[in-house]
Every structure is written in C-alpha cells, then in structure tokens.
Design a protein around this ligand. Sequence first.
Ligand code: 4GX
Length: 252
Amino acid sequence: MFFTVLSIFPKMFDPFWAHGIIRKAIEEKKILTSTINIRDYAPDRHQVTDDRPYGGGSGMVMKPEPLAGAIRDAAQRIPAAKTVLLTPQGRVFDQRMAQELASCAGLVLVCGRYEGVDERVCHELVDYEISIGDYVLTGGELAAMIIIDAVTRLIPGVLGGEQAAEKDSFANDLLEHAHYTRPRIFEGSQVPEVLLSGHHQEIEKWRLESSLMRTLLKRSDLLQKKDLDRQEIEILNKWQREIKKLIEEFRD
Ligand code: 4GX
C-alpha cells in the first residue's frame, strides 16, 4: 500500500512515520509513504497557497492551482491510487471504511487548511471525501494520520498473529472484553478467577460475556445494529432471567 500525503505542513508527519507499528510497517515494506509539500506547486515567487474567498467574508481558501498540481503529480506516481479529501463534509470514517480503503493499491490524502479548498478541485480530482468525526480541526493532517493508522493495521502481516485485527473491537461489532495483567492483586483489586484457571473454553466464554456487557452498558447503539449469534442471544437471555429473578426477590 502506498500512502501519499499532500500538506502545507509535511513535517507534521515526520514523528508519525517514526514510531510504533507505522514505523515497523515502513521498515518491513508493508507500506510506502511520501509527503508532498503543496507549497512546492505554487507557481509564484512567494509560494502562496491561499487566497481571499470570492463573494467576500472572513477566512482564506486554498488556491486551486497548487493543490491540483500536487494531486496530479501524486496520482501519476501511483496510477491505481484513490484520492481522499479530509473534510468535515465527508462520509464519517468508521472501521468498515478502513477495511474498504485497506483494499486500495494506494491512497493520496489531501490535507486542507483555512476555510477549505476551492470547490473545483474537490469536483475534478477527489474520489472520496472523508470526515473523521463531527468536530472541527485546524487542518486535515491529523485526520489523515488517523486514517493511515487505522488502515495500516488492517494490512496483512502488519500486526503479529498475537494482535490480529480480526480480534479487535468492531471486527465483530462488539467492544473489546476487559484486559488484565500482573500483579494478581492491584491496590486490593483482584483479577477475575477464571482468567487464572487455564480453562480456555471458560476464558473464551467469560471474554464474550465481558464484550457483550461492555457493549450493552457503553454502546448499546452498536448492539442494536448487530446480527447477534445463538450464543450471544443465550447470554442476553441469561441476564434477563437473572434480572427478573432479582426484581421478584426484591418485591417479596
Ligand atoms: N475530519 N477539518 C479540513 C479545511 C477544509 C475544509 C473543507 C477541505 C474542505 C476534518 C474532520 C476537519 C477542518 C480538516 C477543516 N478542507 N477533517 N479543514 N472533522 O475538521 O476531517
């Protein structure tokens, strides 16, 4: 997978490429990355990339010529690449989109600043408009990093078998189960006994219950959308019986 980022602040990406799983994926050639400075495509001597909006008003707009030049150059280097504009007006990014994007040969991520980019660039040169959420950033750079991060970990071989992406939160539409590590007792609080038992089937059952419970309590919207399987329905029914019993005992 090729990632090319277009930005007027390409140095923002230096520390991003240099750490953790992203760094390892680059070293192992699972991903190829480059950053293009949009300023390099500004035709004038002062390398101006913004201008005042037609129709007046406050704020600046990114000029179309440098951006178009940079996008065309990037897209030429990776002909099969899709071009993504980061914008609050885009489709809201989620795990399903991360999976879709992970199957692309390359992504060109366009990071806007100011009030936005000239509309004619969006129309002609952009395949997808993506938002990372309903809030306003000062530029598309952090949004691009989030997309690159979420997509990279889905590329085969990037995560070790231990932390395979299929096991994640959202891979099965549930939140992750609770996690524990040593010590067995931390500030008076114990690790659940079953996790110390070595009984793998019981541990898997406990983890599914933990996932379901956390999803029910923290993100019931996810549970409503999910296709529940037989085992998950059985667990929910068990809880229902237990709650009913509690209420009946309380009434007496
Ligand atoms: N998810 N921003 C982009 C400038 C801009 C505006 C319109 C293109 C078109 C954001 C988000 C986000 C702020 C990045 C405005 N560029 N990006 N920037 N939320 O808020 O992706």
